[in-house]
Design a protein around this ligand. Structure first.
Ligand code: S3P
Length: 436
């Protein structure tokens, strides 16, 4: 965990220079998982050395997988094959990571041994029925706490069979859990989504040599094949770059280059939204890295205006709403967000926590069941609480760069779950941010 529990942030310099944010969290989780289940040695470069992804690596170590760390951003995973994991009766701790727990539930549902997945206080309040119900339809047996909450107790030795499942809510985590369970299932596993979500599991299964059919909103795999080790190059995380895209857009005089940012179209919805608001963001040197599109992003300050965000765009920017709330608070006019009820079950209730904090900073904001209406205005100083949610903490650090007074941001230690080194990178870019 980062040492700071609270930050004090205030207006700094215009954001300038060129920086590279850490590796993608979604890709890093999956690379460790598939590397562990593959035959042979998988080398991961650009790995996110965050609390969440380290927790996933630790779980596989507990299950008998040897993982070397030649440097902070590299892992060498000595795969044990699809049936090579060893049971461990100790609880498997996913920390703060919803992705870790939900995807692991898919992997562990098909093992010969029992296992127990646990998480921290925040993860222990997040809904798991969305994965346990369809996994049980596949033949798994999973115990949980009242309301379907963690810990999850997965019975071993269950024979799984494929299902054809239409997700009630667009969720890459649920889709991925079912596809991973599908590796162990008899027959075909088909997942259909109401809106397309990030397709890293599908792409990576293909890269590891597993036959898979997929298109936006659809995936089908068949059990009974093998995963073959391959090297994985992890792009820089668009979700981490997002904070800087917003900060440089709202702070006059900014001109910042973000290097080699992952540009998977299922992740870049915020770019679409910010451009619709009038942001000045240019893609430079678009290229492929490890099978994923990446580009440098050059962002310059620009006056923003309010827009409406909903529908298909929501899953493409699901983790970027806290940052969008900040852009909206600094924009002229109203920004209307709808179809985003999922925000209420993230690391915090992100509609409520952003609304509470922005109100404290003087912004008029009306909460709705599935979004908010944010009226752009002048930000003042004040004390806000991130409720242990990494993305809320970083969003308020950005908001503070436009505030007329000092902003004290509480409960920020979890920033280390997804963005180790955030404080120093932010300072390097020009932000004024200190441990309180
Ligand atoms: C993720 C999927 C999204 C996202 C999360 C990472 C993934 O969650 O919010 O940060 O890696 O599959 P949902 O599937 O719950 O929308």
């Amino acid at each position: 965990m980062s040492a700071a529990q609270d930050w004090v942030a205030r207006r700094g310099q215009p954001l300038r220079g060129s920086l590279r944010v850490p590796g993608d969290k979604s890709v890093s989780h999956r690379a460790v998982m598939l590397g562990a289940l593959a035959e042979g040695t998988t080398r991961i470069s650009g790995f996110l050395e965050g609390e969440d992804t380290r927790a996933t690596a630790r779980v596989f170590e507990q299950l008998g997988v040897r993982i070397e760390t030649p440097s902070a951003s590299e892992r060498i995973v000595h795969g044990v094959g699809l049936h090579g994991l060893k049971g461990n009766t100790a609880p498997l701790d996913c920390g703060n990571a919803g992705t870790g727990m939900r995807l692991l539930a898919g992997v562990l549902a098909g093992q010969a041994f029992d296992s127990v997945l646990v998480g921290d206080a925040s993860l222990s309040k997040r809904p798991m029925r969305r994965v346990t119900e369809p996994l049980e339809q596949m033949g798994a047996r999973i115990g949980s706490e009242a309301g379907g909450l963690p810990p999850l107790r997965l019975a071993g030795g269950r024979a799984l069979h494929g299902i054809d499942y239409t997700l009630p809510v667009a969720s890459a985590q649920v889709k991925s859990a079912l596809l991973l369970a599908g590796l162990y299932a008899h027959g075909d596993t088909v997942v259909r989504e109401p809106h397309p979500t990030r397709d890293y599991t599908e792409r990576m299964l293909a890269a590891f040599g597993w036959p898979i059919e997929f298109s936006p909103g659809f995936a089908r795999i068949e059990g009974g094949h093998r995963l073959r080790a391959t090297d994985v190059q992890v792009p820089a995380d668009f979700s981490s770059a997002a904070f800087f895209l917003v900060a440089a857009s709202i702070v006059p005089g900014s001109e910042l280059r973000l290097q080699a940012v992952g540009m998977n179209p299922r992740r870049t919805g915020l770019l679409t939204a910010l451009r619709a608001m009038g942001a000045d963001i240019t893609e430079l040197d678009r290229r492929e890295q490890g099978g994923e599109p990446v580009a440098d992003l050059l962002v310059r300050h620009a006056p923003l205006h309010g827009i409406e965000v909903g529908g298909e765009l929501v899953p493409d920017m699901i983790d970027e709403f806290p940052a969008l709330f900040v852009a909206a608070a600094c924009a002229q006019g109203d920004t209307v967000i709808r179809d985003a009820a999922e925000l209420r079950v993230k690391e915090s209730d992100r509609i409520a926590t952003m609304a509470q904090g922005l109100r404290t900073l003087g912004i008029a904001i009306e909460e709705t069941a599935d979004g908010a209406v944010i009226s752009g205005g002048r930000l003042r100083g004040g004390a806000v609480d991130s409720h242990g949610d990494h993305r809320i903490a970083m969003s308020f650090a950005m908001a503070a760069q436009r505030a007329e007074g000092e902003v004290r941001i509480g409960d920020v230690a979890n920033v280390a779950t997804s963005f180790p080194g955030f404080e120093s990178l932010a300072r390097q870019a020009g932000l004024q941010l200190d441990a309180a």
